[in-house]
Design a protein around this ligand. Structure first.
Ligand SMILES: Nc1ncnc2c1ncn2[C@@H]1O[C@H](COP(=O)(O)OP(=O)(O)O)[C@@H](O)[C@H]1O
Ligand SMILES: [Mg+2]
Length: 254
């Protein structure tokens, strides 16, 4: 059977440092897979490889049986994989809805020529896009913030907006880099509920997460990365209760 997402033998070096060392794993369609491991384990680096921001020195990534090797980030988004960044990378001087609109795939009618010769078509396409953007903001719980400037949103709301932007791409496989970090307990519950709703919508999620409570509550499958290599894979219970992994992760207590 073809794996949904498969990384195999991935090496990435920064100077003398091996950030990824023969890194390989699979992600199953429709699941929430959490990627855990100590700081510097290579979690963000493997995201960068999967999404085409970084070319590995060796190894490959395939999605639904098709290699992504050498693909540019935009081509990978078009193939159905999109990600958030640890540092949010939002347009803080734009409104929430404009951040979502900026992530939607370009449509005909955006060219000035079409706007002149087919103005009604263009206006209707733009209205349609706004309706779609509002539906996405509603999905993540930000509908009431649609017209607010992003810089005025709380940190938790800005994190939700990064997820809205990923949804706007239409991607089916969503990579989230620490979606729960820095959130209050209430905001955390909101994000966990949202991730489950996205799973119900048919999305596949690969999530870097440090909070073991979050991992235990949302993960179907856990990948444990250590020194750039997949050290273990299993259910949240198996990974969290493994004393050897706890020692690596937290120096003894998980
Ligand atoms: N652009 C870079 N240049 C040099 N070293 C890097 C770069 N990106 C990551 N690293 C190093 O690679 C290792 C893995 O980093 P990263 O993937 O960010 O870890 P994680 O996300 O698991 O905390 C770390 O030692 C980090 O310092
Ligand atoms: Mg990281």
């Amino acid at each position: 059977m073809t794996a949904y997402l498969q990384a195999s033998g991935v090496d990435v070096s920064f100077g003398g440092l091996k950030a990824l060392n023969d890194c390989g794993f699979t992600v199953q369609q429709g699941k929430i897979t959490c990627l855990v491991g100590p700081n510097g384990a290579g979690k963000t680096t493997i995201f960068n490889v999967i999404t085409g921001f970084l070319r590995p020195g060796a190894g490959s990534v395939s999605f639904k049986g098709q290699t992504l090797d050498g693909w540019k980030p935009q081509a990978i988004v078009a193939a159905g994989i999109a990600r958030t960044f640890q540092n949010l990378r939002l347009f803080v001087d734009l409104t929430a809805i404009d951040n979502v609109l900026a992530s939607m795939p370009a449509q005909t009618g955006e060219e000035p020529v079409a706007a002149i010769f087919r103005p009604f078509h263009v206006a209707s396409a733009q209205r349609h896009r706004r309706v779609e953007a509002l539906a996405i903001l509603n999905r993540v719980g930000l509908i009431e913030r649609a017209n607010d400037f992003t810089r005025n949103l709380s940190y938790g709301e800005q994190k939700l907006l990064t997820i809205a932007r990923v949804l706007a791409t239409g991607a089916e496989l969503i990579l989230l880099d620490e979606p729960a970090s820095g959130l209050s307990a209430g905001a955390l519950d909101g994000v966990m509920a949202l991730l489950r709703r996205l799973q119900d919508d048919g999305k596949t999620l690969l999530v870097v997460e440090h909070n073991t409570r979050v991992v235990q509550q949302i993960a179907d499958d856990v990948l444990f990365l250590h020194q750039g290599h997949l050290m273990a894979q299993g259910t949240p219970e198996a990974i969290v209760n493994d004393p050897a992994l706890a020692e690596i992760y937290f120096g003894g207590t998980i």
